[in-house]
Design a protein around this ligand. Structure first.
Ligand SMILES: [Zn+2]
Length: 304
C-alpha cells in the first residue's frame, strides 16, 4: 500500500494511492499555525500527518504494517530528500522524510510539489502521450517540471526547472527569493488575484472561487480587461522563454490556473500565435488530476 502526503502552505492531505494512480481514500486537515515556533510547527506537522494516516488506515480497516512506501509532495525547495525551505510556513531544514521513515520503517521520498504533480500528469494524466513536455504549475507561486524523452529532468544537485524564478522584468516586482522581476511575481495566480483585489477594492480574504465568479461577472469591464491582458502578456513572455530553451512538444498548465481557463485561454492562444519563437509553437493542455496530482505523483515518483 502506498501513502501520498500533500503538504500545503495551509493544509495537509493524506491518501492511499493504488497501482493505477487512483486515490482510494483521502483525508485533509487545515494547519493551524498561529504563533508556534519553528520546531513546534515541525512537530505539529508530523503529528497531523501521522494522525491522518492512522485515520485513513482505520477507515479502510488496514493495519500499519501494510504500508510499503510513503511519498511527500512539499512546497519549496527539496534537496537530498530534505525539505530545505517552506516560505509560507517559515520552515527550514525539515527532514520530514527521515522522521516518517523512522516511525513507519518504510521508504519515504520527499519531492517538490510541482515536480510530483508533473510526474502524476506524465504518468496518468494530460501528459501521458507526450515525450518532451513542460508542466507549469500556476498557483500561489509558479513551479515546474521538465520531461525529455519521457523522463523527468533531475539535476544532480537539486531539482531544477524553477520556472517561477526566471526573471522577466529588470528591477521588477520583488520576489520572496530575494530577486526582482521573477515570473511568479507577475503570473502566479496569487499575483493575478492581488491585482484584482487591489484594482477593485475587494476584501483581502476573498476566496479563489469568489474571485473567479467576480472576474467572470466583470469580464468586459475595461479595468478587468487590462488586468487580464497584462497577465496574459507576461505569461506569453515567460512561455516564450521556456519554448526557446526547452522546445517542448506540449506545455501542461496545472495549479489553480486550470480553474481560470475560461478567463485566460482564448487570449493566451491569440497572443501566443503572434509571439516569435525559434521553434514550433507547442500544444497547450490542462492538468487532469487537479488537486490530487501532488499526492499521486509523490508515490509514483520513482516509476518515471
Ligand atoms: Zn524569485
Amino acid at each position: 500500500m502506498k501513502i501520498g502526503v500533500d503538504l500545503g502552505g495551509s493544509h495537509v492531505g493524506v491518501g492511499i494511492v493504488n497501482e493505477s494512480g487512483k486515490i482510494v481514500i483521502k483525508k485533509e486537515q487545515d494547519l493551524v499555525i498561529n504563533d508556534k515556533g519553528e520546531e513546534e510547527i515541525k512537530q505539529y506537522i508530523r503529528d497531523v500527518i501521522i494522525y491522518n494516516i492512522s485515520d485513513v488506515l482505520r477507515t479502510v480497516g488496514s493495519p500499519m504494517c501494510l504500508i510499503e512506501k510513503i511519498g511527500i509532495a512539499s512546497p519549496g525547495k527539496v534537496k537530498g530528500n530534505v525539505i530545505k525551505e517552506i516560505y509560507n510556513l517559515n520552515l527550514q531544514e525539515f527532514d520530514l522524510a527521515h522522521d516518517l521513515e523512522e516511525y513507519y520503517g518504510v521508504p519515504v521520498i520527499a519531492r517538490n510539489d510541482a515536480k510530483c504533480a508533473g510526474i502524476a500528469e506524465k504518468q496518468y494524466g494530460a501528459l501521458k502521450d507526450y515525450s518532451d513536455a513542460v508542466f507549469l504549475c500556476l498557483g500561489t507561486g509558479i513551479g515546474g517540471a521538465t520531461f525529455y524523452n519521457g523522463k523527468l529532468i533531475e539535476p544532480k544537485r537539486s531539482e531544477g526547472s524553477e520556472y517561477g524564478h526566471m526573471i522577466i522584468q529588470k528591477d521588477g516586482n520583488p520576489c520572496k527569493c530575494g530577486n526582482k522581476g521573477c515570473f511568479e511575481t507577475y503570473c502566479s495566480m496569487k499575483a493575478f488575484k492581488k491585482s484584482v483585489i487591489e484594482k477593485f477594492n475587494l476584501n483581502e480574504n476573498v476566496s479563489s472561487k469568489q474571485i473567479l465568479e467576480f472576474v467572470l461577472n466583470n469580464i468586459h469591464d475595461t479595468v478587468m480587461e487590462n488586468i487580464i491582458d497584462e497577465y496574459v502578456d507576461n505569461l506569453v513572455l515567460g512561455i516564450s522563454n521556456i519554448v526557446n530553451i526547452i522546445e517542448p512538444e506540449v506545455i501542461c498548465f496545472g495549479g489553480s490556473f486550470v480553474h481560470f481557463k475560461d478567463v485566460f485561454y482564448s487570449k493566451l492562444l491569440n497572443k501566443i500565435d503572434k509571439a516569435q519563437y525559434r521553434f514550433d509553437t507547442p500544444k497547450f493542455v490542462f492538468g487532469k488530476l487537479d488537486n490530487d496530482a501532488g499526492m499521486i505523483g509523490a508515490v509514483c515518483a520513482d516509476n518515471i
